[in-house]
Write a protein that binds this ligand. Structure first.
Ligand code: ADP
Length: 798
């Protein structure tokens, strides 16, 4: 046995060595090693005695030395003794650090101590014959390496561990072999495979304390040549198997932490050399690799579970596709959108499940993301395999994994329901708007209608009284003029309805603001005289560019609004409306002011919004100012409002001033005197008899007009040989349409078809629109005035 004397003063060392050798008599052979420095002490302390000399000084370095030695000694077979003068507390601290005993120098009866020690170290019973490592190599190492290298690479998990321990056991001619892992508490070991001679035992868990495996875990490698079951009496497995020789090695994870043990036991003695270490290390490395793989696999499973839970927690449909456009991961929200269970979707492409045109589109958009790396977002229609179509917004993006392989992730928002609600809302809003609009249109049209019909009644009355004509002539002319102005307004309102947002296709010219103001005042004259005091301050202003009727519409609207802003109970004498015009730096300014109820700032902010009104249904439409604003902007001008509730409102209109070219502005309304050409025979086809009568009245001076209400009748007349110079035909008619008539006529009389024209109130069927566009036909817009009608008919007659 070996005795190591550490940091011993030379005299004391010699004395001790002498005494130790004197114990020879008692049959104890001692090999003494003097070491001043720790470096000279072997890494693994051999069985025997280590005696440390305490030089005094601070306690901690000595305690640290004890801890260090304790960790390196042969568990239970190396005694650690400290020769020290320290008090009880110091000795206790050293005992805590690993010292087995603290003695006061110089020495005690060393011989007796050594004899007792030797007895403890000696295994009981006959030492079995040890097999040399050369012998096992001859017998089984070679095949073990072979098996390790080739056989285990294909198998994994339990099977792999079983193969490993069986191979380890037979390599060392063992009675048992195990691979085990530390449980979470670190104080028990759970077997992953336990081989015992010719069979595998059920896996089990056992406490580590007092076992040879604990030693293997502590040291990294642990070898008991013989009598292992006696050194570790509490190790039940060693006793059960009657283990003599034991060899165990620690298993570590990639971070170097001890995670388990690989061990083999022999019934007899087990002598090992360097190569056997290597063999155990190779087995251990294989076990570690498998543990690592299992760990990675468990982590992968965990990550998968995490990912799956994450995907499932997202309420929006999500999927991931690989570079071949196959769905590889998806959540159940996506499976629901597709109307299929998840497993029916995995590994499929769009083409497998969706209509071809949708699949082609999705494929193309996926491909854009794959090739550009840029995310994209699209609103798409998605029809599932059972034919249900959904509207979805799909956001797609690319990501790559460590190998560089690209994947596409898509998050889908199903907006089918939202879109349906939106459509419904739009529809109901539109219905509400249509109602308001209808009421408003009635209001706008009723005003001119009111004075047109009263003017016509006045004219009818005058015509009855032949004698009074001469005096009333001027008044009658005014009534006719105003009525014509009224019909123009109605026509403009109808145009507004078609598109009140576009002030297009109407004649533009230099407009005299004063004439427009005077005309507008005439239109509201009646109401104005009864409800308010008017004051005018019309300063000389240059003309503005626009359409006279449109500007009149603006002024009338402002005047009507002003009149409606007066509280009904107020006397007409208290209500004031003031109109001012002024030329200001290249601009024409028109101000319309009232002392009505005024507007709150909230109302002022919204008055130009279409359909915003504070008036009851039937009175206000909320379109007036919105239309005014559009008209004014179309003229390059602006409209602004100032208003104080309870005090009144002022509207400021501003227009760019036009330079008067010096010439008289063209008298807009006066038609050029009709030239009389040759009198022609014209056929008029319109299912509305009044239109025929009106056309006859307007043109009887110039042409001979025949009118029919049915296109088929017209065809019969032509067929019978009636001759006409031109035909004017309505587009939309009951029975045969204008387009069908021309098509028939082209067969019957191509020449006459070339002299046939269409007229329309502006509503076309798709067929008519295409027909007119394809032939580049001109057509007469209803309502028409005499001059327009005459010129159109003359063009037809050619
Ligand atoms: P409507 O007259 O049909 O309501 P408008 O677009 O012409 O539509 O006007 C919108 C709203 O602006 C009116 O309902 C009213 O509340 C307010 N408003 C317009 N002009 C005046 C005014 N002169 N005085 C007070 N309020 C006005």
């Amino acid at each position: 046995m070996q005795v190591i004397l550490l940091m011993m003063p030379p005299a004391m060392g010699e004395e001790l060595e002498r005494r130790l050798h004197s114990t020879k008599a008692s049959g104890v052979e001692c090999e003494v090693l003097h070491a001043r420095e720790l470096e000279r002490v072997p890494d693994l302390l051999p069985p025997g005695l280590v005696v440390v000399w305490d030089e005094g000084g601070p306690l901690e370095p000595l305690a640290a030395l004890c801890r260090h030695l304790d960790a390196r000694r042969f568990f239970a077979r190396t005694q650690l003794l400290v020769l020290t003068q320290r008090n009880a507390a110091g000795c206790e601290a050293l005992a805590q650090a690993g010292a087995d005993e603290c003695l006061a120098p110089p020495g005690e009866p060393w011989g007796a101590r050594l004899v007792a020690l030797q007895r403890r170290l000696k295994p009981r019973g006959e030492p079995p014959a040890a097999m040399s490592s050369q012998e096992f190599r001859r017998s089984s190492l070679e095949p073990s390496f072979q098996a390790l290298m080739s056989g285990f690479s294909a198998i994994a998990g339990d099977e792999m561990f079983r193969g490993l321990v069986a191979q380890l056991g037979s390599a060392f001619h063992g009675v048992g072999a195990l691979v085990g892992v530390l449980t979470e508490e670190q104080d028990t070991l759970r077997t992953l495979a336990f081989w015992s001679e010719d069979h595998f035992e059920e896996n089990f868990t056992f406490p580590l304390t007092g076992t040879a495996h604990q030693e293997a875990l502590r040291r990294g490698f642990f070898h008991v040549p013989e009598g292992a079951r006696m050194y570790f009496p509490s190790d039940r497995t060693l006793s059960r198997l009657g283990t003599g020789g034991y060899l165990g090695g620690v298993l570590r994870d990639t971070k170097g932490r001890a995670v388990g043990v690989l061990a083999v036991g022999r019934r007899g003695a087990l002598a090992v050399d360097r190569k056997d270490h290597v063999l155990l290390e190779v087995f251990a490395a294989r076990a570690e690799a498998e543990l690592e793989r299992l760990h990675a696999e468990a982590e992968l499973v965990q990550t998968r579970v995490f990912l799956r839970n994450f995907l499932e927690a997202v309420p929006d449909p999500i999927f991931i596709k690989d570079r071949t456009h196959r769905w590889i991961i998806l959540n159940s929200a996506f499976a629901r959108v597709m109307g299929l269970p998840m497993e029916k979707l995995v590994d499929k492409t769009d083409y497998d499940l969706l209509p071809a045109h949708e699949a082609a589109l999705f494929w193309e958009r996926d491909e854009q993301v794959f090739s550009s790396g840029q995310p994209n977002e699209h609103e798409e229609r998605l029809t599932d395999p059972s034919g249900n179509t959904r509207i979805v917004i799909t956001k797609k993006a690319l990501f790559t994994v460590m190998s560089g392989e690209p994947f596409l992730i898509a998050i889908i928002r199903d907006i089918t329901e939202a879109r349906r609600m939106e459509t419904q809302l739009q529809l109901s809003e539109r219905m509400a708007s249509v109602g308001t609009l209808a009421a408003g249109v009635a209001h706008e049209i009723n005003n001119p209608l009111a004075y047109i019909s009263s003017n016509l009644a006045f004219l009818a009355e005058q015509l009855e009284q032949e004698t009074a004509w001469a005096e009333q002539r001027a008044e009658m002319r005014d009534a006719v003029q105003e009525s014509l102005e009224g019909t123009r307004r109605v026509r403009l309102i109808v145009q507004d309805l078609k598109s009140f947002s576009r002030a297009d296709d109407e004649s533009q010219g230099l407009v005299d603001a004063h004439r427009v103001i005077q005309g507008s005042l005439r239109l509201v004259r009646n109401e104005l005289e009864h409800r308010a005091q008017l004051s005018l301050e019309l300063n000389a202003v240059p003309p503005v560019l626009g359409n006279e009727s449109r500007l009149a519409q603006v002024i009338v609207n402002l005047l009507v609004n002003a009149l409606q802003a007066f509280a009904p109970e107020r006397l007409a004498g208290d209500n004031r409306i003031r109109i001012v015009t002024r030329a200001e730096a290249e601009r024409v300014h028109i101000k319309v002011e009232d002392n009505g109820q005024g507007m709150t700032p909230e109302v002022q902010r919204r008055i130009f919004d279409p359909f915003f009104t504070t008036k009851p249904v039937g009175v206000g439409t909320g379109l007036g100012l919105s239309i005014c604003n559009t008209i004014i902007q179309g003229m390059g001008g602006s409209i602004e409002v100032e208003s104080v509730p309870g005090v009144g409102s002022t509207f400021h209109l501003n227009f760019p001033a036009m330079r008067d070219s010096g010439r008289e502005p063209p008298a807009p309304q006066k038609p050029a005197g009709p030239r009389k050409g040759p009198r022609r025979r014209v056929l008029l086809i319109d299912d509305e008899p009044a239109v025929g009568a009106a056309v006859r009245r307007l043109l009887y001076e110039f042409h001979e007009i025949h009118s029919v209400q049915d296109a088929r009748e017209a065809l019969q007349l032509i067929h019978r040989g009636e001759r006409y110079d031109a035909i004017l035909c309505d587009v939309m008619m009951k029975g045969m349409s204008g387009v069908d008539f021309i098509l028939e006529l082209e067969n019957l009389s191509p020449e006459l078809a070339r002299h046939t024209g269409l007229m329309s109130a502006g509503i076309f069927s798709e067929q008519a629109r295409a027909f007119i566009a394809a032939r580049g036909l001109d057509f007469l817009r209803k309502p028409f005035e005499r001059e327009g009608l005459r010129l159109f008919v003359e063009r037809l007659c050619g």
